[in-house]
Design a binder for this molecule. Sequence first.
Ligand SMILES: NC(=O)c1ccc[n+]([C@@H]2O[C@H](COP(=O)([O-])OP(=O)(O)OC[C@H]3O[C@@H](n4cnc5c(N)ncnc54)[C@H](OP(=O)(O)O)[C@@H]3O)[C@@H](O)[C@H]2O)c1
Length: 277
Amino acid sequence: MNLTINSTVRLNNGVLMPRFGLGVYRIPPGKPTLDAVHWALDAGYRLIDTAKAYGNEASVGQAVRESSLPREEIFVTTKLWNAEQGYDSTLKAFTESLRTLGLDYIDLYLVHWPVEGRRLDTWRAMEEIARNGRCRAVGVSNYMTHHLLEVLNNGTIPPAVNQIELHPWNYSTRKEVVESCKIPAIAMEAYSPLARSKKFDDPELVRLARKLGRTPAQVLIRWCLQRGFITIPKSAQRERILENAQVFDFVLQPEEMDTLEALNYNLATGWDPWQAP
Ligand SMILES: NC(=O)c1ccc[n+]([C@@H]2O[C@H](COP(=O)([O-])OP(=O)(O)OC[C@H]3O[C@@H](n4cnc5c(N)ncnc54)[C@H](OP(=O)(O)O)[C@@H]3O)[C@@H](O)[C@H]2O)c1
C-alpha cells in the first residue's frame, strides 16, 4: 500500500474519506481548538474528528470556515451524543450540530455509542439524515459485532464507518469486529491510536521506534495506517501535530507489525463497548 498524507478510502456509499486526520477530544473550545485545527490543516491533515460531547464543534467549524482551503477539501466528522438518541431527537441533534459548526453540510455523522433500546430508532433517523443532502455519510462508533448485526439486519443503509478504539494493545481481541465490517464494506476508523499516551514507554515499542529512528507515536500511527484503518491521533501541540503527520516515509515490516500486535491484552483506555448490551 503506497500511503501518502492525501490517501483516501472509498466508503461503501462512494464518498472518499481521508485515511489520516486530527482528533480533537479534550481540546478546549476557542483558541486551543482553533490553533490545533489550523496547525493540522497547514500540515496537510484533511480530516477533523469532533463530537457534540467534546464541546468544541463551534471552534472546529470556525477554523474550517477560516481556512483558505475549499470546504470540499476538508472532511469533518461529528457525532450524535447518547442523550439525543431516538428518532426525532437524532434528527434535531443533527440540525443543531450543523448549526453549531456553522457549515452547510457534515461529511460524516456517527452514532457515538451503542445505546441499548434506542439503536434502531436512531439508525432510522441516521438513514433519513443520509438522504437529506446535508450529510455525505453516516456511520457508528463503538459498535461491536452484536450491535453491528442489529443495524445491518434491520436497517436499509449499512453504516459507512465504524470508529472504535484500536491500537496494538487491543487489536487482536477486536479482530472479530474488524472482520464483521469486511463484507458490508464498513470502513474501520481507529480512535485513541496512541492509547492515550499510556503505553509510550512499552519496551517493545521503544525498541522498535529506536531501531527505525522514529518516535513511539509515529510507529503507532503507521501501524494503524498499514492495518488499513483510518486514524485520528489527537494533539493540541503544534510540534506533535507535525510529528504525527511524519509517518508516510517509512514502512513497518510484517514481523514488526506482528511484534506490535503480540502486545495485545485487550486494553480499553476508555469505556469498553463489549460490555454494552
Ligand atoms: N468515538 C469515540 O468514542 C472516541 C473515543 C475516544 C477518542 N475518539 C477520537 O479519537 C481521537 C484520538 O483519541 P484520543 O484523543 O483518545 O487519544 P490518542 O490520540 O490515542 O492520544 C492522545 C494523547 O497523546 C498525546 N500525544 C499526541 N501526540 C503525541 C506525540 N507525538 N508524542 C507524545 N504524546 C502525544 C496527547 O497529548 P497532547 O494533546 O498534549 O499532545 C494526548 O494526551 C480523539 O481526539 C477523538 O477525536 C473517539
